[in-house]
Design a protein around this ligand. Structure first.
Ligand SMILES: [Zn+2]
Ligand SMILES: [Zn+2]
Length: 451
């Protein structure tokens, strides 16, 4: 029996009533069970008080306070953005003798979405969108509140299980994942120079594709790289009744949006997946006014530098061609701005580390609860922590967040339950948090386990 059991009082005593196999599978589960109600409460607080990227002060303060209480050496406001503003990154260190350093990362930011889950702890927060200036809702629609809660639970479990591991834990509460500039901001603030360079990195993301209680991990490429692109299509404005006097940028934008669909279908290698999505288009103010310009915001996804180049040069070439075909003077040609600050490399799961993590997950949860996943097009900036060329091995896995029966019913009816970035995305808190804490604690114990 581990020391943590001896310290647990009634919850520990209850654990003794569990079948021997259950106890053997997870010596820390009694502590985790005891803490689950408090963790779920933290989750609901985080969920009801989300902060957009660059505005995670609420979550960051909770993470800092909880890690400090758990005995970690905590530093706040780690991170600096290219414009010089501070980020809300949190680093918690727990040194436990010589051994490897393991970075465990959780992202903390929310999305500009009006929540429609109808849950009692749903967010009612509204704010002004930093990109469009319009009033938007704020919602943890990507479940980063689950990740943050899991990090806190893992921090407690591993602090209580110090006798079973050695090395250094570096827990990172990362800001601004949704704008993919948070990890880079932390590195720019000398994360590794100040706190040490990790030997391994792990993290997780919740998913609507799996039932709570289960996980999945990809070996090798896991998630696409991404680059954000902003395009201003300029025309010559005027009276809506006399289009021949100007050049209508709304019609040009419509042509452009349609034409760029051929980059992936005609210019990209069909065996190397890529995506271009125009997620925002704004132009004009009134029915009978031809505006001067239309603004587009795009996201691009790819798995190689070559694909990224195909996409970016396609966007530029077609923009140049658009101006030419409309007879616009060069100074009114579209402006294509590649937002390097809002880009992230593909997430690559180091095959050796990911295989170890998969085995640890199977031991922790049972082999039937662990799936091997294929690569997907959503992106992450967790790979930034691995440095250029995957210098530090990373393993990032998916955490099931749906009620198993609801998921089965939905699939029988031929659809999926609402997932990340959807206003109805609603993880089931208890089992998702419990599985996240248990699995990640056991993975960390495997990676930092005493020989
Ligand atoms: Zn997201
Ligand atoms: Zn996310």
């Amino acid at each position: 029996m581990s020391r943590s059991h001896l310290l647990l009082g009634t919850a520990g005593a209850l654990a003794l009533l569990l079948p021997a196999a259950a106890r053997a599978a997870s010596p820390t589960s009694a502590l985790q069970q005891q803490q689950l109600p408090n963790l779920v409460e933290i989750y609901k607080t985080l969920h009801a008080h989300p902060g957009l990227s660059h505005h995670e002060e609420g979550a960051a303060a909770i993470v800092a306070e909880e890690l400090r209480k758990a005995g970690y050496e905590v530093t706040e406001h780690v991170g600096v953005y290219p414009d010089g503003s501070r980020a809300f990154g949190v680093v918690g260190l727990l040194k436990n003798g010589p051994g490897p350093t393991l970075l465990i990362r959780a992202d903390m930011d929310a999305l500009p979405i009006v929540e429609e889950t109808g849950l009692p702890y749903a967010s009612r927060v509204m704010t002004k969108s930093p990109t469009t200036g319009l009033e938007v809702g704020v919602m943890h629609a990507c479940g980063h509140d689950i990740h943050t809660t899991v990090l806190i639970g893992v921090a407690r479990s591993l602090a209580a299980a110090k006798a079973r591991w050695h090395g250094t834990l570096m827990l990172v509460g990362q800001p601004s994942e949704e704008t993919v500039d948070g990890a880079r901001a932390m590195l720019a603030d000398h994360l590794y120079e100040r706190f040490g360079r990790p030997d391994m990195i792990i993290g997780l993301h919740d998913t609507n594709g799996l039932a709570a209680g289960t996980t999945a991990i990809a070996i090798g490429p896991a998630q696409a790289g991404t680059t954000s692109v902003d395009i201003t299509i300029r025309g010559i404005g005027g009276h809506g009744a006399m289009p021949e006097m100007g050049r209508d940028p709304i019609v040009l934008a419509a042509q452009y949006v349609t034409q760029i669909q051929t980059i992936v279908s005609r210019e990209q290698d069909p065996l190397d997946p890529a995506v271009i999505t125009v997620g925002s288009i704004h132009g004009g103010s009134k029915r009978n006014i031809i505006p001067d310009e239309v603004k587009l915001q795009l996201t691009t996804r790819y798995f190689s530098d070559h694909s990224r180049q195909v996409i970016l040069s396609g966007l530029r070439n077609m923009a140049a061609g658009l101006a030419l075909s409309a007879g616009l003077p060069p100074e009114r040609a579209p402006i294509v701005t590649v937002n390097e600050a809002e880009s992230a490399p593909p997430t690559y799961n180091d095959p050796k580390l990911a295989t170890r993590v998969r085995a640890a997950l199977a031991t922790s949860l049972g082999a039937d609860k662990v799936f091997t996943s294929e690569k997907v097009m959503p992106s992450e900036d967790v790979g930034v922590f691995g440095l250029e060329g995957h210098q530090i091995p990373l393993a990032y896995y998916s955490l099931g967040a749906m009620d198993a029966e609801a998921l089965a019913r939905a699939r029988t009816a031929g659809h999926e339950l609402p997932g990340p970035h959807n206003s109805h995305f609603a993880p089931v808190p208890e089992l998702t948090v419990a599985t996240g804490v248990k699995s990640m604690t056991d993975v960390a114990l495997t990676l930092l386990g005493k020989p």
